[in-house]
Design a protein around this ligand. Structure first.
Ligand SMILES: [Zn+2]
Length: 159
């Protein structure tokens, strides 16, 4: 399966098995350190860079104009959709306008669901017996051992 990744793929922790492609415009847009690291790792694993010709780019702009998405699409978005149109690959995007234009052009699209943001919550656990040490207590009220920190994953939305 050929996938064409838009920039949003690199902005979060995403995994996809297959023949992975992106465009030069996407590569250009990836600036922050963590996203660049992900890009480098995927490149080492075989991510390739391609691009569509002017005919596909025009076709995408025309379709986006009709669907009303053109004003919210960046040149990067357009490059990704156009490459999908040129190759028949599946566009991977978290952007609603990109997904919409793909549907209009009958370009297969896989919507990228942004994973629920998680934040770490630190708890103090006893290094001796493992009991949770209440906030404000210096040592374990049960056995007197000093605490150790342990991070637990908790979803930011409270679920
Ligand atoms: Zn204890």
């Amino acid at each position: 399966m050929q996938y064409i990744l838009d920039a949003s793929f690199f902005f979060a922790e995403n995994h996809l098995e297959g023949d992975l492609w992106t465009t030069a415009e996407v590569a250009e847009e990836i600036r922050d350190h963590v996203s660049k690291m992900r890009f480098a790792v995927l490149t080492a694993e075989g991510l390739k860079i391609g691009g569509a010709g002017p005919a596909e780019v025009s076709a995408v702009k025309e379709a986006a104009e009709k669907s009303g998405d053109l004003r919210v699409l960046s040149e990067t978005d357009i490059s990704v959709i156009a490459f999908g149109l040129a190759t028949g690959g599946t566009v991977v995007s978290g952007d609603f306008a990109v997904q919409n234009v793909c549907r209009h052009l009958k370009v297969p699209v896989k919507s990228l669901l942004s994973k629920t943001a998680k934040k770490k919550v630190w708890k103090l656990l006893c290094s001796g017996c493992g009991a949770e040490i209440p906030a404000g207590e210096k040592d374990c009220p049960i056995c007197g051992s000093p605490p150790k920190m342990r991070g637990t994953e908790k979803r930011a939305n409270g679920n």
